[in-house]
Write a protein that binds this ligand. Structure first.
Ligand SMILES: NC(=O)c1ccc[n+]([C@@H]2O[C@H](COP(=O)([O-])OP(=O)(O)OC[C@H]3O[C@@H](n4cnc5c(N)ncnc54)[C@H](O)[C@@H]3O)[C@@H](O)[C@H]2O)c1
Ligand SMILES: [Zn+2]
Length: 377
């Protein structure tokens, strides 16, 4: 019953079902070396636009472009400044203008080489350039490998909020090379490890245990442990988005930990990393579920022990922050008449079916869970 047993050997291809016919996710050590051959096979284009941020460009974007050129493919690199604050329409217009100036047309393929910011932005460029050209996702962060590169969601942030302008645009291929994680800062690997633990929490309790056992090598970016975890997470995310590509229902289960998580993130003015906010969000949502009699007793404690391995400490909210968090949750556009909906676990490894996949939580319990979080100091 070892969850990693199925991911050993050469079994490194996961198929994602999609309206456009589906696409493969390849999890392959040294897979980047095969990029030109894989582009020709899965996304043959007249020209290739490799898009990277300016951290990843020198590390992987330029080598990818050079490898393509050596293989006789016409490829150009388009870099943009790294960071979430550049995931904007301004960067989208700069990239599309430069692609137009370079004479790229309908027959080009976009190759997104980078983290989730690059994948979302380059994916949105591909979704809109000439009304849509193919995109290949080459994720280089753990967050992008286990989460952002799969499922076809693309877009940019606006002043009104994150990811508010975008499109669904399924990739032709996702190529995850765990060796790329070696150059990633440890705190970035920690963000991705939380999303992987979320996959365990909602779908596979043994996988969560394995991640807890392997936390040290995973935080260090050790290729063997990383490959196994990326593959299992990809299988789980691919299964979920394959069932519900356009987020009508089942895909919501991926939001576990994200309702409280987003409120914590916003309250901290994004000082708190997304992974840390979601780690605490999962613990709070498990407590809420236990309080509502839906989640088995002891689940929150088990998640707390697992997530403590990642090293974020236990959640602490400054006294004034509690009211703001509750206000944020109740004011959310998805909250109706003081009722907030949450994805809740039945137990570790299983989501509780409610009305669809979420449950209405009464405002007093939503507040109570936040009030129980200790203040700092
Ligand atoms: N589309 C989706 O379904 C989905 C899902 C989850 C997250 N996201 C999005 O993903 C983004 C977060 O992604 P992220 O955490 O990958 O952030 P990111 O793309 O900003 O990458 C984090 C940092 O690591 C650097 N970097 C990337 N790969 C590297 C490598 N191999 N070596 C050294 N440095 C490297 C980047 O330059 C950046 O500074 C958010 O914008 C979020 O909205 C999208
Ligand atoms: Zn997330």
């Amino acid at each position: 019953l070892n969850p990693f047993a199925s991911v050993s050997g050469s079994d490194s291809e996961v198929r994602v079902a999609s309206a456009g016919g589906g696409y493969p996710v390849l999890v392959e050590s040294s897979g980047l070396r095969r990029l030109p051959e894989l582009l020709l096979r899965y996304a043959p284009g007249h020209r290739y636009a490799v898009v990277s941020d300016d951290n990843v460009g020198p590390l992987y974007g330029r080598p990818a472009m050079d490898a393509c050129r050596r293989a006789g493919l016409a490829a150009d690199l388009f870099e943009f400044p790294a960071g979430e604050r550049h995931k904007t329409r301004e960067t989208w217009s700069a990239l599309t203008d430069r692609m137009l100036e370079a004479g790229l047309g309908r027959d080009c393929t976009v190759v997104a080489v980078g983290g989730g910011v690059t994948g979302d932005l380059a994916g949105f460029v591909a979704a809109t350039f000439m009304r849509g050209v193919p995109v290949v996702q080459v994720p280089t962060t753990l967050v992008a490998m286990v989460d952002a590169s799969i499922g076809g969601k693309t877009g940019v942030d606006t002043r009104a909020g994150k990811n508010l302008v975008g499109a669904f645009h399924a990739p032709r291929l996702v190529l995850a090379d765990p060796e790329a994680l070696g150059t990633l800062p440890e705190r970035e690997r920690a963000q991705g490890l939380v999303e992987a633990m979320k996959h365990g929490a909602i779908y596979d309790a043994l996988y969560l245990e394995e991640l807890v056992r392997e936390t040290v090598p995973l935080l260090a970016g050790e290729p063997g442990a990383s490959r196994a975890a990326v593959l299992r997470s990809v299988q789980i995310k691919a299964h979920v988005v394959g069932e519900d590509e356009l987020e009508g229902g089942f895909r919501q289960v991926l939001n576990f930990g994200h309702t409280y998580g987003h409120a914590l993130e916003t309250e901290s003015s994004y000082e708190m990393g997304h992974g840390q906010a979601v780690a605490w969000g999962m613990i709070l949502e498990a407590r809420l579920g236990e309080r509502m009699g839906i989640t088995h007793a002891g689940t929150a404690e088990r998640l707390e022990r697992a997530l403590a391995q990642v090293g974020f400490g236990s959640p602490r909210i400054p006294p004034g922050g509690r009211a703001r968090i509750v206000d944020l949750l109740l004011a959310d556009k998805k909250a109706r008449a003081g009722v907030v909906r949450f994805v809740l676990l039945r137990r570790v490894g299983e989501v509780a079916r409610g009305e669809g996949w979420s449950h209405a939580a009464p405002a007093n319990l939503v507040r109570e869970v936040v009030d129980q979080v200790p203040a700092p100091g």
